[in-house]
Design a protein around this ligand. Structure first.
Ligand SMILES: CC[C@H]1O[C@@H](n2cnc3c(N)ncnc32)[C@H](O)[C@@H]1O
Length: 483
């Protein structure tokens, strides 16, 4: 394995780049010097990194939806609706699934079909096919900062095009856009490719352009223990910092127990800072993003708004810098622009009513933060050990050994032995740690919490609890109580 956690030299970066830009004809329009000049003209209020920094300093939680359709004019209409009718503080372009798999020829067909049929035949915005000119038209039409949100194992060309277009943030990472999104793409390949995406940001940073990077926190969004997703987020933050990224938003997907969700955000922010400092990455600005409930949603729109409001409450009380908004159409599929805007208005109403409020520190909250940080450290320290000090190599080896193990992940490179279940308060615990190297004390803690539930439900602690928890949501419950 020749993977190293080492900043690519500019020559290495440019060498790879000459190939990357040939992956689709629109790659030839990316001119870094011209892009630097274009990005220098982006006003602060349209720069994601700057708006996040301002929000954190002011103690404000920003609201951002997901949104993407095939054609440029329709996409602009959608984003302007979310900005004006929804009140979105930040805007996305959710990229379509073909682009995520680098299947640009099929994107082209989807674009032509969308024109012919007068509706979006792609489930997102095909940024690579629209190229710099098209992506700049989107960016110049809106009035708030713009971010690419996707799930792309090889996002190198996509990243080149969106950043050259004024989009000042890119979501993803070599773990978080592999394990939950791909079946058989190697970790070595995706970590290498995301080193390129981060090095591109480093290139811009060296020229005075501040861009934001956001590891994808929720992963599979199904009963992921907070320390598992935090470990991935911290590792991706460190890998990005090595490539020169200076503005990072680490993310977490709501699990449902309010205290644990708030603890997870607090633990994530402080532990990311701690590890960045430990490895000498000075001047990296860390913010957090809370993803509203990533599990199954109720079809009933009133119930869906209840879920959205709970997620907004958790984000606000946690003090997250940003919250990713769901919509009342979540159970149905891609939302209409009206439903999407409703999700944002619901979210902002809750955020506004909670403005300035935070969950006060308590023994319970402090204990949960301690537990999450200790579990996270068990994974990261072991990964560093098996990597003989090299975090990138350790991450590949760590997933091979199951030191970090993401539940219900499609990737064959995920170990798949760890099993989670909710305790009697709905907090997600390790039912079976598999090869995740938790200390005996932490294993005993998780066991005891699950036994509390077993005693309450008069049943043995076991995998049936996991199954029941997965189906609970469809019944409008958090914990899968026995029938
Ligand atoms: C990570 C999965 C989330 O992304 C959402 N999503 C995926 N594609 C789009 C899309 N094109 N527009 C709006 N929301 C979208 C989906 O509803 C789910 O909430």
């Amino acid at each position: 394995m020749n993977l190293r956690n080492r900043k690519l030299t500019e020559e290495e970066f440019m060498g790879i780049r000459s190939d990357v830009l040939t992956h689709w004809p629109t790659g030839k329009d990316v001119d870094l010097d011209e892009a630097v000049e274009y990005l220098k003209k982006v006003p602060d209020e349209k720069n994601v990194a700057k708006k996040l920094r301002k929000a954190k300093e002011e103690g404000v939680t920003l609201a951002q939806p997901r949104a993407g359709v095939a054609l440029i004019e329709d996409h602009i209409e959608l984003l302007l609706h979310l900005e004006k009718e929804g009140g979105a503080d930040l805007l996305p372009s959710t990229i379509d699934s073909y682009t995520r798999q680098n299947r640009y020829a099929e994107c082209q067909v989807g674009i032509e079909e969308s024109i012919r049929l007068g509706r979006s035949m792609l489930n997102g915005f095909p940024a690579v096919n629209h190229g710099v000119a098209g992506c700049r038209r989107v960016f110049e039409a809106i009035h708030v900062p713009l971010q690419a949100r996707h799930g792309t194992p090889d996002a190198r060309l996509l990243s080149e095009i969106i950043h050259a277009s004024g989009w000042t943030s890119n979501e993803g990472g070599g773990i978080s856009y592999n394990i939950p999104y791909a079946k058989s793409v190697s970790m070595e390949k995706t970590i290498t490719d995301w080193q390129y995406c981060d090095r591109l940001v480093g290139y811009y940073e060296e020229r005075g352009i501040e861009l934001n990077r956001e590891p994808f926190g929720p992963l599979t969004g199904t009963l992921v223990p907070p320390s598992t997703s935090n470990a991935v987020a911290v590792i991706e933050a460190l890998l990005a910092a090595e490539q020169g990224v200076k503005n990072i938003t680490v993310g977490y997907g709501q699990c449902g127990n309010l205290l644990q969700d708030i603890a997870a955000i607090r633990a994530l922010e402080s532990q990311t800072d701690e590890y960045l400092k430990r490895f000498g990455y000075e001047g990296v600005y860390v913010t957090t993003v809370f993803h509203q409930w990533m599990g199954g949603f109720p079809e009933d729109e009133a119930k869906a708004f209840g879920v959205i409001s709970l997620g907004s409450t958790a984000a606000a009380l946690a003090g997250a810098t940003k919250v990713i908004v769901k919509t009342p159409h979540e159970a149905l599929g891609i939302p209409t622009k009206e439903a999407n805007a409703q999700g944002i208005r619901d979210t902002k109403m809750t955020l506004n009513m909670l403005k300035g409020q935070r969950m006060p520190m308590s023994t319970e909250l402090a204990d949960e933060i301690t537990i999450i940080k200790a579990e996270t450290a068990c994974m990261i320290e072991k990964v560093l050990e098996v990597g003989k000090g090299d975090l990138a190599r350790g991450t590949v080896e760590g997933f091979r050994l199951g030191l970090i193990d993401v539940p219900f992940a499609p990737s064959k490179y995920n170990y798949g032995k760890m099993m989670p279940a909710r305790d009697n308060t709905g907090a997600v615990r390790y039912l079976n740690a598999g090869n995740v190297p938790l200390t005996k004390e932490l294993l005993d803690f998780n066991k005891a919490k699950l036994e509390e539930r077993g005693n309450y439900e008069h049943r043995k602690v076991g995998f049936q609890m996991t199954v029941d928890d997965i189906f609970a949501v469809g019944k409008g419950m958090l914990i899968g109580r026995p029938e």
